[in-house]
Design a protein around this ligand. Sequence first.
Ligand code: GDP
Ligand code: GDP
Length: 455
Amino acid sequence: AAEEGFDLEDVEGAIEAAGHGPLPVLAVVGRPNVGKSTLVNRIIGRREAVVEDKPGVTRDRVTYEAEWAGRRFKVVDTGGWEQDVLGIDASVAAQAEYAIEAADAVVFVVDAKVGATDTDEAVVRLLRKAGKPVVLCANKVDGPSAEADAAYLWSLGLGEPHPVSALHGRGTGDMLDKVLEALPEAPAQTFGTAVGGPRRVALIGRPNVGKSSLLNKVAGEERVVVNELAGTTRDPVDELIELGGKTWKFVDTAGIRKRVHLQQGADYYASLRTAAAVEKAEVAVVLIDAADSISVQDQRIVTMAVEAGRALVLAYNKWDTLDEERRYYLEREIETELGQVAWAPRVNVSAQTGRHMEKLVPAIETALAGWETRVPTGRLNAFLGELVAAHPHPVRGGKQPRILFGTQAGTKPPRFVLFASGFIEAGYRRFIERRLREEFGFEGTPIHISVRVRE
Ligand code: GDP
Ligand code: GDP
């Protein structure tokens, strides 16, 4: 490394930063208007999680990446929901439950100016039951005179209330220090795989694509309910299902089976549920209704899985209903609308007739294998050397940036760091990704490539 002009420490730092693997998840929960979205904005240091005053606005972005004191994690914002027909307690409980299920730690936000309400107490009960680490945020403590309000929140029995002003940033640093103490280094779920537990599958897709039909078809009567959190409007449930001679854990299947009919905020619930399922899973099977046009919603769901860094399988359902013409147009749509995930294994199934059900498991296994692939550094560099010699980066400003060497920093999904002598253009990065896929497979997995440029 040194002879190429990189400091060894730089190289090691870059590899460590790129190789983090799945990030732990922090959920921010609480009643409406306590300041959750404002706090999420603080945490992610952006103005992105919009603080919305308009009701009924569709929010499909619910998870964000954040970093504090050099540690990275994901934040799930539950601020985008509406009170609905279920009434306020049930609505708060439902949204909190999704988020808590997917989280490794929780920030529970209470409005210190208002104090603890019955709804807050209801969330506390959920938090107790879930048993996840909780940091209690006493928000809207805008100045020292309001600190006394925060102290009342000891009564919630969740330990020390941390006085914060999400709006002005007061106290958020101290609170985030506590959050880091509560958050594990890696999501708890990844340890499950290390000891050979069942692989975790999220079956996702927009309403009516056939998720519950497919689940019933593959599970038959043998479904086993693994864990049931009873008592609220819906229960996140993981089910163990025997498929292809193996046991798989289908996560968050209650959201599939029991349809929660919501008049408002239904899209938001659906997004939150999908995000939660994806976070808990290793591989996402995105079900698409082949009889219907591929929609923006289908693309969003695929993007969620890809951005979360999960292995991906695309299952085109309702194949039994397709005629010649629809099949023709479907292929065109797949090319234009889902061309960016052409690397995902594809199965054409019918949940109704059972067509090609036996192909689902091999597709899932292929995607997981791609997700876990590790390319030895020697092989990678032999490949990079040949590639760069045969297809050099275009000359820019009289200089030719070169990839000097690279390494795979992590798996699940594969993450690469390339070290270069100058700025590498996006087009060339995509070219390298394409060639990496041709050479090493990576079927069914997103891959991350970061480039370090020599100073
Ligand atoms: P959410 O519904 O829990 O996501 O709450 P929002 O983040 O949308 O905030 C609700 C309202 O409380 C907004 O008008 C915010 O500006 C306000 N707010 C949030 N945090 C604070 C704070 O720390 N101090 C004060 N005074 N107001 C705040
Ligand atoms: P979900 O909302 O994604 O869980 O979708 P459902 O499983 O409730 O299915 C929605 C509708 O599509 C139902 O009327 C199903 O009977 C129908 N459906 C599901 N899969 C198939 C299929 O493979 N072929 C046909 N023809 N209909 C299907």
